[in-house]
Structure formats: C-alpha cells, structure tokens
Design a protein around this ligand. Structure first.
Ligand code: BES
Ligand code: ZN
Length: 873
C-alpha cells in the first residue's frame, strides 16, 4: 500500500483502558438534521492498573463538538485537543464528571451506523463502533456502564420514544415537544445502547417467566404492519420459553421491545431490551413471506433474544472475541430450531450454509481464524467464519461433553462472568472446570484458519474379523475433535462398535471417536463381514475428508444409513463426483457419463414415500454451483453450470412420469399452514418443479405458470416465478409483470423480484440488471434492495465471470458508487471478487484491472480497501 494507510488493530496490543465510565446520562433533542446530544459521564481511573495516564482519550466520528465541561467547568481550547477520530483531554483527577455536547445529522447518515433515519423513523445501530458517531466516548466493549436516557422530540412526528431498560418518566414540553426518560439498571457496553423514535404501529403481548414475572412484549413497526408481526411475536415467546427450559435462563427486564425498520445493514441487533430489526426479519404473512422467510424470522428473533445472556449479560472484552457471543448464540439458535422442528433437516441446512458461505471464505483471500489476530476494519469481520464456523466449534464442545456437561459449563460461565466483558479463553475455562477436562489442544480451533483436512483409510480383515480405521490429520495444526462414525452391515443394520479392552474410549457408545493425535488407528472387533463405513456423521467436525469410498458404499449409505445427515451427504457426494468428472468434456460433448447405479438410486429415493418430505427434497437436490466450484483448481464456471443442469435434465427425463405424478399429487391447493408436513411438501414439490423445468418443454412451462397463477402463498409463487425466469419460456414476461403490478409498493416482496432476475442464467441478465436499476423501486439507500440486485448479480457465476470482463467492471463501478453511501454494503460486494486467485488467466487479468481501479480510487473506505488489498495479494 502507498503511504502509511489505515491503522491495523492487533489482538496482542490489547490493553485495559486507563479510565472507566460507570454512569452515562444522555439527553437527545431530536431533529432530522440537527440533533443535539448531551452526555454526562461519570468517569474514574482504572484502579487495576499500575501506571496512571493523565490523558483521557475518547472516540468520536462525524461529530460537531459544541461544548465540554469537566466537573462543571467549561474546558477552554487549550485544555483539550481534537482530531477527526479522537478527543484528548488531560486530567489528573481520580474521578470526575464530563459533560459533552455534540450535534449530529441523522438525515445525512447513509452509512446506517450511529443515529440515522430509516424513512420517518429515528433509529440507532451502534455495534461495533457506532456509538462514537453519537457522542464522544471510550467506545470499546469492556467499558460497561449504567445508562439513563432522556429523549425529547416533536410529539406529532414522534409520539413513540424508546431506549434501553425501563421507562421512568415522561411529559409534555413547550413547542409541541414531549419527552420520555429511560433507565437501564444493567451494566452494558456502548454498542448495546439504542434509541428509536417515530410514529410507530404496535403489537403487544406478554410472557410469564418461570419465576412468574410478567414481561411486557412489544413489536413496533411502520403503521399498518402490526398484523404482520404476529409470527415474530409467537417466535419470541417460544424463544423465551426454550431458553428457560434448556439453559435455565430467564429474561431480566420488565419490558422487551423489537422495532422493525427498512434501512438496516444487517439482519437484526440485540440492543438491551430494545432489539432493532431489519423489517425483512420481522414482517410476515403468507402473501408476502416464503417458508424460508418464516424460518429465518423465527431463528433471528430467537438469536437476538438469546444474546440477552450470551452477549449482553456476559459480553466481549474486545472485538477479537466476537465469536464468543456470535458463535455461541448461533449455536443456541440452531439448537432452538432443531428442537422446534426436524433435527436432521436443520443440521443439513446449517451445514449447507456452512459449506456455501464459510468454506469459500476459508479458502479465499480473507480467510481468518474464528478469533482473528488483526483487522483494519472490524465491520469486515462479521463473517461466516466468526458466526458459522464459530458455532461449529461450540457444537464440537457440546458433542465432546454431552448436553448435560454443556449445561454445567454454561452455568459455570454465568456464575463466573455475569456482568463482565470476557474472552473466548474464559468460555473454554468454564467448560473445563465444569467438566473436569483439558481443552488446551482444543483451543487450536481459535487460531487456525482454512478448512482442516483429514485422510481416512480403512480395511477389513476377514480372518481377524476386524475393521481398521486410520485417521491422519493433514492440516498444519493438530486439532482435537469428535468424529462420529458408524459401521453398517450388509442388511443395513448398525453394528455396535467395540475396541480392544485396553483402548477405552468413553464416547464410543455414542459412536464418537475423540481425535487428538496427528495419526490414529482404530481397530473395531467382532465384525463378521465387510461393513459399510459412514463417517463424520452429523458433520460432527467442520472438516474436509480425503476418502475415496466406492460408489457402492455411497449408494448403500444413501439408501440405508440410519444417520439422516449422512444419507444426504452420500447423495451430494455422488452427484458431485459425477459432475466434476465430466466438467472438462461437457463443452465438447454436451453429455455426461452417468452411472446406471446412481440413476437407479435417485429413482429409489424419489419413490420412497416413507421419508420426511423436506428431508427428501434436500436429498434430491444437486449440489449448488458454489459448492461444486470448491473442488476445482481453476474455476470453470460455464462448465459447472452446464454439467449441473445436464445432470438434472437427465434425471428429469428418466423419471419424468414419476416426478410429474408426485408433483401433481403435492399440488392440490389447500389452506396454507406452517405445519412441518406442509412446509416439507411445498419444499419437495418445488424441488421437483426445478427438475421438470430442465426439460425445457412447453407443457411443463404451462404447468409452472399455472402454479404461479394459482398459488395462495408466496413460497409457491416465487418458486414458480424463479423457474419461469430461469427458463426461456415466453411465459416469464407476463408473470414478472403481474408480480410487479401487484407488489411494487412492498419492497420486501420486490427484493425477491430483483433477486430472481439478477440471478438468472438466461442470456439477457446483464442488460436486465441495468434496466432493474432504473426501475422506480430501486433505492440505493436501502441495503436489502442493493443486495437483492447487485449481490445477486455478483453471485451469478455465469454472468459475473463473463469472459468479456463486463461483469467485473459493472460490479467495480457499483462498489465505488455505493462506498460513498454505505461502506459496509460496498465491502460486502467487494468480497465477491474472492475467486480471483483461481480464475482462468484472461478472467484473472480482467478482474485484476478492476480490483486495482477500486484500490486506487481516491477516498475509498478502509472497509473496501481491506478486502481489495487482501484479494490482490
Ligand atoms: N450482533 C449482530 C448484529 C450486528 C452485526 C451488528 C454486525 C453490527 C454489525 C446480531 O446479533 C446478528 O448476529 N445478526 C445476524 C443474524 C443472526 C441470526 C445470525 C444478522 O444480522 O445477520
Ligand atoms: Zn448475533
């Protein structure tokens, strides 16, 4: 990089703050463009430190400083100094109060961090470093204080005034203004502070805790949306109950509020007692939300609720510890979903997401450990690695110590660290003492990056009647992990595993091998006939396995494995291998060599009516292009796309009658419900439809159009719309137009309209996205819409990686344009250049030009710069 460049923050440089803030008294006088913020801080020296500093350093960004008082005395210009990001004040006192007056402009805040406007609503987003855009503060999570907040605003424009904790006082003021005061009795870091003001609709309910306290539950949204909040409310009550039942954790304030806003960078935020949500993660009814949307809402509502203990009561010492709260809370929301619905289906979907989002990250230019050791911009580290791999690491501990051991560890964690800002080491420590185990080696998971690989070799000894399994770790670090295995006999029966006496392995009863060494062999005895091996059941460790099972073995697992997850994995593995083998030649021959046994096994699966329909739909699916690409040294985007479709087409042709019959059987329009069986049947039906569509037949298109026209719910509607748009049927035009006419006032639905068109493999997608950008609904200030259009296009491999390079230059232009509006949205888009290293030479050259253009753009944010610089090196 030229010149000095932005600062790199390092974990090893962590030092406790020399000053602590104990109490915060805030007063907001709200105005769209000129909001006045008064902050009175009680500050004391950090007694734990040997040396005492005489300089207080506060963070601040985009603030206009009006005045400063120390213990009631105005500070003059020579008593402090100011830069664009810091305020320095010299003080020698032991404890003192500081009064800061600042002015901010919420309407001009398009980065959506700090205090900003979403439509007519004032709202905040302070994680990780937004509070410094509201007032000067020691803006780091280990500064925990008690907050009191007074909000003053126009009573007509903002009848509702919310902040954390409990409301303590309210009243009218002159000039049509009014105020509300809030007090939060819990110590919290600044990133959990929140404020909302506006003219909001409200859905109310209550929850009675296990100790019989009555909690006032409230979901606020734009007026007119109240009835779209009922599902979120039901989900919230389920989450509250689950956390009591599973972890004994009860809610701690008297009121729990959720606010839905349209302009939000993320899905949702766990501010103490006042969660703020992207409206896409709250609002639902069958007309606007798909089954997937419902599922996401339920799990995000739960996730943010669970943070109240894992994140808020016990928080992070610094942002390197982010996985402490996020990995753990994702694990908790996954478990919640598993308990509510089907565990195997949930596991498959979680692993699917891990493989689609996290594996590529771990194999790309921004690969990092779940506890990173440095960053330029912390906002870039809210990643699939911190979240999803982080959750996998927690899950491994859960597997190793078992559910009750895990519960003991959690109890210990709260016993030791409630009210504190801690590290991932502290969490591990709790698990160790509660279970009397040593997790020293396990901690390697926190510093390694890249998906670990192991090699598996097996052999059957007919004379000894033993089955030998050899496990070798291939990654640089020797990791400690649970490996769930099973042996299945020729009749499809589980063989109970036993090792020679001297090898005691406590977890073996559950089919778990505890792996700790570089290389380990296991000899299972009393095996009469050569068994089938099922390995890494339930994806017990987030690893890749070099293992070359025979097709016979995989087909056997697909039909017989008692572990549902591994049945699915076998199906994926089979399809993957068939496709990979032929990708190179598909361009020349336009055909695939597909083994008969595979086609037959697919047919058996298709005809099996004894299995759960959702599970069946997952097993039938062919691995996504993103997953297929991961096994390639040099990416062949077109070949992957063609081969994948070709395989689907052959399967559809072979089983057309069967598929059609089943599709029609599932297509009787009945009342829409969210019962698991109905959700599963819709998933299966729409999977079948996507196979049929590959046939490119008129009569099929008619059928899909009929589903589109007749659907009484959004799930079936968008599934049909997507099939039509991805096809070359002339029926797509009228479908898109009807959809637009009906829904153009609802931007949550229009996001689907953008996403489907921008992700289409059809010829005209590139010109289409320009048209879409011109549509009246496009709004570059709403992240959801931007992601639906440009995010979808840049994940559309065939078009983004077009050999002309036009996809790259389009997205580069958008990155630069959006960066000046919202760097967080822009840097997410920059991550889609992650394939750079493994592109074919000409594509690589073209992408390089665009990456350099972005890197050299004057004024580019450090968010984007960090990603682009890493991609180029
Ligand atoms: N704490 C995060 C929200 C957040 C993320 C704030 C990044 C600031 C920067 C919240 O708890 C979260 O993790 N939300 C997820 C959804 C969740 C279900 C994984 C999100 O917003 O995507
Ligand atoms: Zn979270």
């Amino acid at each position: 990089m030229k010149e000095s460049g932005p600062r790199i923050v390092k974990l090893e440089e962590y030092a406790p703050s020399p000053f602590l803030v104990t109490d915060v008294f805030l007063t907001f006088d709200l105005d769209e463009t000129k909001t006045l913020v008064k902050s009175l801080l009680k500050i004391k020296r950090n007694e734990d430190l040997q040396e005492s500093a005489n300089q207080l350093i506060l963070d601040g960004q985009n603030l206009k400083l009006i005045s400063l008082k120390l213990d009631g005395e105005f500070l003059t210009k020579d008593q402090f100094s100011l830069t664009s990001e810091k305020l320095y004040i010299s003080v020698s006192k032991k404890s003192f109060s500081l009064e800061i007056e600042t002015e901010i402009n919420p309407a001009a805040n398009t980065a959506l961090q700090g205090l900003y406007r979403s439509g007519n609503i004032f709202c905040t987003q302070n994680e990780p470093e937004g509070f410094r855009r509201i007032t000067y503060f020691i803006d780091r999570p280990d500064i925990m204080a008690k907050y009191s907040t007074k909000i003053i605003a126009d009573k007509k424009l903002c009848p509702v005034l919310l902040s954390n904790g409990n409301p303590v006082k309210s009243g009218d003021l002159d000039n049509g203004k009014h105020f509300v005061e809030w007090h939060d009795p819990f110590f919290k870091p600044s990133y959990l502070f929140a404020l909302v003001a506006g003219d909001l609709g409200l859905l109310k309910d209550k929850f009675i805790t296990k100790s019989k306290r009555v909690i006032d539950l409230r979901i606020y949204s734009d007026k007119g949306n109240e009835d779209k909040c009922t599902f979120a409310m039901e989900s919230l009550k389920k989450a509250m109950k689950w956390d009591e039942d599973t972890f004994g954790l009860e809610y701690d304030l008297d009121i729990y509020m959720i606010v839905a806003v349209d302009a939000f960078n993320m899905g949702a935020m766990e501010n103490k007692g006042l969660n703020i949500f992207n409206s896409s993660a709250v609002l639902a009814n069958p007309d606007i939300a798909t089954d997937d949307n419902y599922h996401r809402i339920e799990s995000i509502i739960a996730h943010e609720y669970f943070h109240n203990w894992t994140g808020n009561r016990v928080t992070c010492r610094d942002w390197f510890q982010l996985t402490l709260k996020e990995g753990l809370t994702v694990f908790r929301d996954q478990e919640f979903s598993s308990d509510l619905h089907s565990r195997p289906v949930q596991r498959i979907r979680d692993v699917q997401s891990l493989k689609e989002r996290q594996f590529p990250e771990d194999d790309g230019p921004t690969a990092h450990p779940i506890r990173p050791s440095s960053y330029m911009e912390i906002n870039n580290f809210y990643t699939a690695t911190i979240y999803e791999k982080g959750a996998e690491v927690i899950r491994m501990i859960h597997t190793l110590v078992g559910p009750s051991g895990f519960r003991r560890g959690m109890d210990k964690y709260f016993e030791l660290f409630d009210g504190k800002a801690v590290t991932t080491e502290d969490f591990i420590h709790s698990m160790e003492v509660a279970n009397n185990i040593d997790l020293t080696q396990f901690k390697n998971w926190y510093s390694q990056f890249g998906t670990p690989r192991i090699e598996v070799e097996s052999s059957f000894d007919e004379k000894q009647k033993t089955f030998n399994l050899n496990i070798k770790q291939l990654s640089p670090e020797t990791l400690h992990f649970p490996l769930k295995v099973g042996l299945i006999d020729q009749n499809g029966k589980e063989i109970s595993l036993s090792l020679p006496k001297e090898e005691t392995n406590l977890l073996l009863k559950k089919g778990i091998l505890e792996i700790k060494k570089r290389e380990e062999s296991f000899q299972f005895k009393n095996i009469n006939k050569k068994p089938f091996l099922s390995i890494n059941r339930d994806f017990s460790a987030p690893i890749k396995i070099n293992w070359n099972p025979s097709m016979e073995n995989q087909i056997f697992l697909l039909t017989h494995d008692s572990n549902g997850f591994n049945r699915y994995e076998a199906a994926q593995d089979l399809a993957n291998k068939i496709i990979q083998k032929e990708i190179g030649s598909i361009h020349a021959h336009e055909t695939l060599d597909i083994p008969e046994e595979y086609i037959e096994a697919f047919g058996t699966l298709l005809g099996d009516n004894s299995i759960d329909p959702f599970f069946k739909s997952l097993c039938l699916q062919i691995p996504s292009e993103g997953v297929l690409l991961q096994d390639q040294e040099v990416y062949d985007f077109d070949g992957t796309h063609l081969s994948r479709n070709f395989l689907k087409k052959v399967l559809a042709k072979t089983y057309k009658k069967k598929i059609l019959t089943l599709y029609k059987k599932l297509s009787v329009n009945k009342k829409y419900t969210l019962a698991s069986k109905d959700v599963g049947n819709r998933a299966l039906k729409n999977t079948l439809m996507s196979f049929l569509m590959c046939l490119e037949e008129e009569e099929i298109y008619e059928l899909i159009k009929e589903q589109f026209d007749q659907a009484n719910n959004m799930t079936d509607k968008v599934a049909a719309l997507q099939c039509l748009v991805y096809s070359n049927s002339p029926l797509k035009r009228p479908a898109l137009d009807t959809f637009y006419l009906h829904w153009n006032k609802n931007h949550l639905v229009m996001e689907k309209w953008f996403a489907i068109q921008a992700s289409s493999p059809q010829q005209n997608t590139y010109t289409k996205v320009y048209e879409l950008e011109e549509s009246a609904v496009y709004d570059k200030r709403i992240p959801n819409i931007v992601r639906a259009l440009w995010g979808s296009f840049s994940s559309n491999y065939v078009h983004f990686h077009h050999k002309s390079g036009r996809g790259y230059s389009l997205i580069a232009k958008k990155i630069i344009e959006l960066d000046s509006i919202n760097p967080q949205v822009s840097s997410a888009l920059a991550k889609t250049f992650r394939h750079y290293k493994k592109l074919m030479p000409e594509n690589k050259r073209l992408m390089q030009l665009e990456l350099e253009k972005i890197r050299n753009h004057v004024g580019i944010s450090k968010n984007v710069l960090e990603i682009v610089a890493k991609t180029l090196t």
